[in-house]
Write a protein that binds this ligand. Sequence first.
Ligand code: SF4
Length: 492
Amino acid sequence: MAFAITQTCCTDATCVSVCPVNCIHPTPDEPGFGTTDLLYIDPDTCIDCGACADACPVDAIFPAGDLTGPLRAYEEINAEYYAGRDVLADVSVAPNFHRWSPPSFGRVLPSDFAPLDVAVVGTGPAGMYAVEDLLLHTNARVTLIDRLPVAGGLIRYGVAPDHPSTKKIGETFARFHDHPRLRLRLGAPAGPGLADRHDAVIYAVGATEARRLGVPGEDLPGSLPAATVVGWYNGHPDVEPDAVDLSAERVVVVGTGNVALDIARILTAEPDALAATSIAPEALARLRSAKVREVVVLARRGPEAAAYTRPELLALAARGGLVVDAHDPRVAAAIEGDSPGGKAAWLREVPREKVDWSTPPPEGRRIVLRFHSAPVAFGGDTEVRAVVTSGPEGEVEIPAGRVVRAAGFRGVAVPGLPFDEQAGIVPNEAGRVTGRPGVYVAGWIKRGPSGGIGANKACARETVGTLLEDAVSGRLPARRKGNGARRLLGRA
Ligand code: SF4
């Protein structure tokens, strides 16, 4: 009986490094690693040792035979990844039993350098993967800073409360908060002069601003950025408990990423089902009295181009109350014509219905996926009353009392650092901030808002590697106070 990786996979590949027979793919060295929805176990090669399940930080790995309910599909999903692959011909999926190779000491050899003092700004995944790398592989002293009083960043305030397994990775990160070489400063802005007091600074502050849609009415009251809704149900200190009014029967969410599905799922959930989660109590109370019966998820493009991941869609479909609007024949054609395992084919089991927007939503609660439908304006005088969309039927007005803009995020300029307004990132080369020696970036503020939690591991590792190269080659500026002496890195 093989093991299988399931819905909550964070793709940080901790499991890959412990598998004795190299049967978990894609690995960080293989194509597709940065964009895969989840990692997959080859059932023909797995020897059932259970090492991956023990190492998984989000409890996503189980013996395939033990899977129940909607998770049963993951036995096939894991196997499907390997179907048709000739593992003997394709060395990337062949077991290698970790053959010994000549010893490697990485880019930095142990030397007589004194410990580096590194400040890391941001306690989300990118910051914590950088901290982990610095503490485990060097003798650096780390000052970890977050402007919020509670650590965790996107894990604490971004992951939906009904995804406790995903949030569990926060416990893995929190182990480092008590490390003897780490000083934790919460509830404190990074402030000026940080670079003067440290050998290097890594900013891992994420990308928190909603990407603008550029349509009339976008700033009407009742039009909310996704970050407000996500912060509201997660109790973010910057978001007022009454920030989200749920007195409308229909809410439109613009965008098809996992954040859009999270918002649609939470707004249509049975409140009792959320009571045992980490949802903010004020948000739960509002959901109990909410009038919302329908959330419309609006996509500019077809189902083959949706941004959500397969695990999120499968979970939503298994819950029920999900419908695809059959307004455009291209939608059915894409779903039926897609090859098995293709993105549009994921919707084959989801009911389709031509939605009549002139009538109120039906009783109960449901989510409508509407593809090939771009918002061209938000209607309303004093607040949002409708979303006007453009599609195959021409312009269609969808009455809606609230609109959530979930079409992506962008970074916000960091005081004192250069900023690329177009890309919404701090310009950098492998994490080294352009024109600012000793200053680095990791995560979304470095590469833009793409990839899940695990993608930040390789990203942060690259940044730390760049920092260490600079330290060894003398490119770190001497601190104003203290020494400019060579520093002991001890990285092997
Ligand atoms: Fe690899 Fe063991 Fe996990 Fe199978 S159970 S995928 S052999 S670590």
